[in-house]
Design a protein around this ligand. Structure first.
Ligand code: MOS
Length: 691
């Protein structure tokens, strides 16, 4: 191994531990005297708890306690209202926890939870998102800025356009469902709280618990050494960690709460459904003259969250007239939140489907149409791009996929009962970065230790941070250790918004560069206690950039549609990305193909719905909510083009955790149109819709 560790396909350092069972997850901390908790979810969609009868539950063997809204320990009012659990009898949505059973074993806790009798005063509820819902309003902001961006006269430009597409696309609610459910083990020692929790950001968990339990942060330890996925749902603390801490305080025992799979959708956020109207106007040469992207989505009555699906139209294509706008309807639904590429994933499904419809209307190749509308600067702001290689991604993808030989006519390829089609779509995801701290220590034996409270949620964060360190220190990779996932380490931001590696890596790079300089100024080995340098990128990583910074990509899909069964199978999926420097070829590829696989699920199988009568998600476990299995993903390939962008961070990297899911569903949907000649505008493309 040479000193150029960056970009190398280094293996995940914790891989062996994970596959051998040695890696411990939050529910696996078997502290002495540990008890287990099980939640009681509300069975009404709106109303209040009028009584909780715990007698039958408490009479069961091994049951220690049942916490209710009446007797659970009090919390300070959280900033995030979804964490105010067992604090009030109000029921804002079905599945909201209304009691918590604690027992010696998970089985006893489950039996006790089922024996708890809850009486409610029900109130009318509404969980159905419709366009033109009377309660819809225009929010001020979405997470990336203004909720409504407009320039030119989009209505007039659209009305005057020579060629028009006007279509409505629908994406249902979707669930994150990480392999490891949300789980926490909590333990009080006097007024010291220790939690082992499954989180994308332990630094936030500690500060939120400190506020809720009114403790100094130095009285709280949060450990999240191994995390079995999150996809956004573990980006903020969830009720599991609060309930485990409440139960541990109430019983005086360490308590583990592994939130039951079927109850997760109601308490950990979901991708809110979107109804997206796309209007594209173009001249006969295929130059866009108007882009109108209008999104209606839902939020809960607990807090406002807006799935910012229209923001992609501010980034993608040159147009003299643009409207990108959101409306949100508060319903009696569980609170939506982040799910991998929140906004971009459903937004690019709609936009890239509409662009395909426009290509078809014009009789233009869909790759060429995109190239023709490549903007010189970011359409929504006019800022220059720090780097943008979408065209190169499209061209390289087309070359490798064999796009040139494609007959553009729909229904032109048939194999017995199968109709075969190919489709393309673009991908984009913003570059986000946050300040972080990190320390780098040199030891007399010639090794180095990097420390920061980063979260390795399965991405290979430990490994890539060691690569960043080895590169900055100019030493072989095997001389660098990484310690992450503990709150006593230097504070670091969350693994979210595809910003983890850029944010943490920046601080690691700075600490290591400074350490290397210090070591170079001295002769002889470091003293016994080592030499340590601390870096803090506050003021750098959060500095406003004059550039529009986004990653881009292009997806190509080949599908076979069975005209007898209505089944759609993806035969080939190719993604080519431009995301700055790729810091680890192996784990990077895994991020891209993982995202694409999730996009395949979004296109073909993943579907949740809200039952209007009872107000709950009807597809709440993995038997009903279908994620892709290996057999669904026969030939999936991700690659990237070299992109040298000096306006990012010292590593030159953009985020790669989310862009893989963006656009995949559109490429598959466009391939299904090419196969069948039928335009389906509602996901997923299940046989009942296809037939
Ligand atoms: Mo990601 S949805 O920002 O964790």
């Amino acid at each position: 191994m040479t000193a150029t560790a960056l970009g190398a396909p280094a293996e995940r350092r914790e891989g062996r531990q994970k596959v051998s069972g040695g890696a411990r997850y939050a529910a696996e901390y078997t502290l002495p005297g540990r008890a287990h908790a099980w939640p009681v979810p509300a069975t009404v969609a709106h109303g209040r708890v009028t009584g909780v009868d715990t007698a039958a539950a408490l009479a069961l063997p091994g049951v220690l306690a049942v916490l209710t809204p009446g007797d659970a320990p009090r919390l300070a009012t959280p900033e995030d209202a979804t964490l105010a659990v067992l604090q009030s009898p109000d029921v804002p949505h079905r599945g909201w926890p209304v009691a918590l059973a604690v027992a010696e074993t998970p089985e006893a806790a489950r039996a006790a939870a089922r024996a708890v009798r809850v009486d409610y005063a029900g109130a009318p509820h509404d969980v159905t998102l419709t366009e033109g819902h009377p309660d819809a309003y225009a929010p001020e902001e979405v997470s990336s800025g203004a909720a409504h961006v407009e320039h030119g006269d989009p209505e007039a430009a659209f009305a005057a356009a020579e060629v028009r597409v006007d279509a409505v696309y629908r994406v249902p609610p979707l669930h994150n469902h990480p392999m490891e459910p949300h789980a926490s083990t909590a333990h009080w020692d006097g007024d010291r709280l220790t939690v082992y929790t499954s989180s994308q950001g332990g630094t936030t968990v500690r500060s939120v618990l400190a506020q809720l339990f009114e403790l100094d942060e130095d009285r709280i330890t949060v450990e999240a050494e191994h995390v079995g996925g999150g996809f956004g749902s573990k980006g903020t603390p969830r009720p599991d960690v609060v309930l485990a801490a409440l139960a541990a305080r109430h019983t005086g025992r360490p308590v583990t709460l592994a939130y039951p799979r079927r109850d997760l959708p109601a308490v950990v956020g979901h991708r809110a459904p979107t109804v997206q109207r796309l209007r594209l106007g173009a001249d006969r040469d295929g130059r866009l003259t108007a882009v109108l992207h209008e999104v209606t989505t839902h939020t809960s009555h607990v807090k406002e969250f807006v799935e910012q699906a229209a923001v992609v139209s501010r980034v993608m294509y040159a147009t003299p007239a643009l409207r990108s706008a959101h409306h949100v309807v508060p319903l009696d639904v569980p609170s939506p939140s982040w799910m991998r590429a929140p906004g971009e994933a459903p937004g690019m499904y709609a936009l890239e489907s509409a662009v395909d419809e426009l290509a078809h209307a014009l009789g233009t190749d869909p790759v060429d149409l995109r190239v023709r509308n490549e903007p010189g600067s970011e359409p929504g702001t006019g800022r220059p791009f720090s780097s943008r290689h979408l065209v190169e991604c499209l061209r390289e993808g087309a070359r490798r996929f064999g796009w040139a030989g494609r007959d553009p006519r729909p229904r032109s390829r048939r194999e017995g009962p199968l109709l075969i089609g190919t489709g393309v779509a673009a991908a984009t995801y913003p570059v986000q970065v946050a300040p972080s701290t990190a320390t780098a220590q040199a030891l007399p034996d010639g090794t180095f230790t990097i420390r920061l409270n980063a979260a390795d949620i399965g991405t290979g964060a430990r490994t890539v941070l060691a690569q960043v360190a080895a590169d900055a220190l100019g030493v072989p990779l095997d001389r660098v250790r990484t310690e992450v996932g503990r709150s006593e380490l230097p504070p670091a931001p969350l693994a979210g918004g595809s910003s983890g590696t850029a944010s943490w890596g920046w601080a690691v790079h700075e600490a290591c560069a400074e350490l290397a300089a210090r070591l170079a100024a001295h002769t002889g080995p470091p003293p016994a206690e080592g030499v340590e340098v601390r870096a803090d990128t506050t003021g750098k990583a959060d500095a406003e950039s004059p550039y529009a910074r986004h990653a881009f990509g292009a997806h190509f899909a080949e599908t076979a549609v069975d005209t007898v069964t209505g089944e759609v199978r993806v035969r080939r999926l190719l993604g080519i990305f431009a995301a700055g420097r790729i810091l680890n070829a192996r784990t990077g590829r895994s991020q891209f193909t993982g995202g694409m696989t999730m996009g395949l699920g979004m296109a073909l199988t993943e579907h949740s719905s809200l039952d209007p009568a009872f107000g709950d998600f009807t597809e709440s476990d993995l038997a009903a909510y279908h994620v892709p299995a290996h057999a669904d993903v026969p030939d999936i390939e991700a690659d990237w083009i070299e992109e040298d962008d000096p306006h990012l961070n010292p590593m030159g990297s953009k985020g790669i955790g989310e862009i893989g899911i963006v656009g995949t569903a559109a490429a598959i949907g466009n391939a299904v149109h090419h196969a069948t000649g039928v335009r389906f505008r509602e996901l997923p493309l299940t046989p009942d819709r296809i037939l």
